[in-house]
Write a protein that binds this ligand. Structure first.
Ligand code: PAF
Length: 288
C-alpha cells in the first residue's frame, strides 16, 4: 500500500484502517535510529503510524526550536522505504488550537536530572505524547532508549493514567565509533564530533566498573562507576561542558544508593560547542 500522509486530524481519521496499530512518535530529521524504531514497530502491529511534529511545548525560549532540523521530504522517503503506512504530520495550529488550557504535568520526576536542566520539558513531551496517543489510538508505541528519562516518564504516564498502550523501548543505535545517533549530531563540526565521542567513551569506562567487588571493599560499585566515567569526561573539558552525569534507577530516575543492586542507567548530558547531547548506558549492578 502507498504511504498516506495525513497533515491534520481529519486526514488521520480517514486513514484509520482495520487491525492493530503501532505508533512511532518523532520530531522528524529521521536517521537510522528512527528507522530501527520503525522496524521494531513493524513486527509488533498490522499498521505503522509515524508522527512527525516538532513540538514547541517541549522547548524553552532559549533552546533550539527554530533551528531544529526539518527534513520533511527526506523523512517521507525514509518512511516509504521502511514500509510505513501513515505519516501524521500536523501543524502547530492543528495540535494546539487557540484557547488551550489543560496540559499534562510530569510531577517531581519531571524536575530531576534532564528535567532540572530543562524545566517544563517533560510537561511538553507528555502533553504531546498523550495527544498523539488519543489521536492515533495505537496499541503499541515505540520510543528510543537513548532518551531514557523520556521513556521512563512515558511509562509512568501510561501507568498513572491507565492508558491501554504497550510501551516498547528500543536500543540506542550508534555510529561504528560509538557516537549515539541524534538529529542534533548534524550541528557538530568535525572537531566537535571528536569531542562528542567522549560521552560514549565515558559510559564505556563506567560500564567496565559495573562488576561486583569483594565484600568489604573500600569503594562501592556505584562510586567507582561514576568516578571512572567522570575522569573521562573531565579529560575533554573545557571543550565539553558537562550538564550532569548520574547513575539512576531506570524506572524513577532517582540516583541509586551505594548499596543498590539491579539495573541502573548511567546517563550523561553535555554541551559541545553550541550542541547539547545526551547519552546513556544500561548497566547491571549484581550482588557481590
Ligand atoms: O523523542 C522525541 O523525538 C520527542 O520528544 C517526541 C517523543 C516525539 C515528543 O515530541
Amino acid at each position: 500500500m502507498d504511504l498516506i500522509v495525513a497533515k491534520n486530524r481529519t486526514d488521520l481519521v480517514k486513514a484509520r484502517g482495520e487491525g492493530s496499530v503501532a505508533l512511532v512518535p518523532t520530531m522528524g530529521a529521521l536517521h537510522e535510529g528512527h528507522r530501527s524504531l520503525i522496524r521494531e514497530a513493524r513486527v509488533r502491529a498490522d499498521h505503522v503510524v509515524v508522527s512527525i511534529f516538532v513540538n514547541p511545548l517541549q522547548f524553552s525560549p532559549n533552546e533550539d526550536f527554530s533551528r531544529y532540523p526539518r527534513t520533511f521530504d527526506a523523512d517521507l522517503e525514509a518512511c516509504r522505504a521502511e514500509g510505513v503506512d501513515v505519516v501524521f504530520a500536523p501543524s502547530a495550529d492543528d495540535m494546539y488550537p487557540a484557547g488551550r488550557q489543560v496540559s499534562v504535568q510530569s510531577g517531581e520526576m519531571g524536575t530531576i536530572v534532564e528535567g532540572a536542566v530543562r524545566p517544563g520539558h517533560f510537561d511538553g513531551v507528555l502533553t504531546v505524547v498523550l495527544k498523539l496517543f488519543n489521536l492515533v489510538q495505537p496499541d503499541v508505541a515505540v520510543f528510543g532508549q537513548k532518551d531514557a528519562q523520556q521513556l521512563a516518564m512515558i511509562r509512568r504516564m501510561v501507568a498513572d493514567l491507565d492508558l491501554p498502550i504497550d510501551i516498547v523501548g528500543a536500543p540506542t543505535v550508534r555510529e561504528p565509533d560509538g557516537l549515539a545517533l541524534s538529529s542534533r549530531n548534524r550541528y557538530l563540526s568535525a572537531d566537535e564530533r571528536q569531542v562528542a565521542l567522549t560521552l560514549s567513551r565515558a559510559l564505556r569506562a563506567g560500564a567496565a566498573e559495573a562488576v561486583a567487588l569483594p565484600e568489604g571493599a573500600a569503594e562501592s560499585v556505584p562510586a567507582r562507576i561514576r568516578a571512572a566515567a567522570l575522569a573521562v569526561l573531565e579529560g575533554a573539558a573545557p571543550r565539553l561542558a558537562l550538564d550532569y552525569l548520574v547513575l539512576v534507577d531506570p524506572a524513577t530516575f532517582a540516583e541509586v544508593s551505594e548499596s543498590y543492586r539491579g539495573e541502573a542507567v548511567l546517563a550523561v548530558a553535555a554541551k559541545v560547542g553550541t550542541t547539547r547531547l545526551i547519552d546513556n548506558a544500561v548497566l547491571s549492578l549484581d550482588p557481590a
